[in-house]
Design a protein around this ligand. Structure first.
Ligand code: 13P
Length: 251
């Protein structure tokens, strides 16, 4: 059975104090969340130490939102994978469309990031997804296949077993426009077939594929009921404990 995961990507939101309050709100509601659902929070870098202290002894895992494409050295402003693993991070989000779009991340950069994260024992939450014009041109399958092939296909089966994939159509992120359950299931199934073709049926059956893009308590149930949707990568709704937990109880 593959893991069910609900991960909150806080993006560039909250001060440390607000972040701590959000964690306390989530922890206070943890008993509502089934033990089979892994919760993950990805606060900004500046919050990782105090958030980790609050999460100690809880079932909530810590994630970073990014890591550098170099291991250490003269890279002003960057944060390296070994720094994150040393803090107790278990996951790192890589390849988010905002990083690809605003910070010029390419498949080449992402290969280095994935390799460095895996070498540190971090589980990458690797994001893929097409832009609106790509979907309208019916190119979404090609775009997503290339994002997977270029960045993940060099991994060994053992390395790939540590990877979580998040499908986030760019047109659904922060727009209030969710992919329909049918649209999401169709491409999640395609992603799983793409994985099966390269890594084999067992790896494809085991990989968790999360949906992201305006996921909220009111639509999570329908999305999570789809056979190839194993959870969500949540932006806006992860900033309110009630909504984040409301999504986590939607399986
Ligand atoms: P929203 O849930 O705000 O649409 O963001 C999704 C996302 O980008 C999570 O990484």
């Amino acid at each position: 059975m593959r893991s069910k995961i609900v991960a909150g990507n806080w993006k560039m939101n909250t001060t440390v104090n607000e972040g701590e309050a959000l964690i306390q709100g989530i922890l206070a509601k943890m008993e509502e969340v089934p033990a089979s659902v892994q919760l993950v929070v990805a606060p900004p870098f500046t919050h990782l130490v105090p958030v980790q202290a609050l999460l100690k002894d809880s079932a909530v895992a810590l994630s970073a939102q990014n890591c550098a494409d170099q291991g250490k050295g003269a890279y002003t402003g960057e944060v390296a994978a070994p720094m994150l693993s040393a803090l107790g991070c278990q996951y790192v989000i890589l390849g988010h469309s905002e990083r690809r779009e605003y910070y010029g991340e390419t498949s080449e950069t992402l290969v280095r990031k994935i390799d460095l994260a895996l070498a540190e024992g971090l589980k990458p939450i690797y994001c893929v997804g097409e832009k609106l014009e790509e979907r309208e041109a019916n190119r979404h399958f090609d775009v997503v296949e290339a994002q997977i092939r270029e960045v993940l296909f060099h991994l060994t089966a053992e390395q790939f077993a540590q990877v979580v994939i998040a499908y986030e159509p760019v047109w659904a992120i922060g727009t209030g426009k969710t992919a329909t359950a049918e649209q999401a299931q169709e491409i999640h199934a395609f992603i799983r077939r793409t994985i099966a073709d390269h890594f084999g049926a067992e790896a494809a059956e085991a990989v968790s594929i999360l949906y992201g893009g305006s996921c909220k308590p009111s639509n999570a149930k329908e999305l999570f009921a789809c056979p190839d949707i194993d959870g969500g990568l949540i932006g806006g709704a992860a900033l309110k404990a009630e909504d984040f937990i409301g999504i986590a109880v939607s399986f």
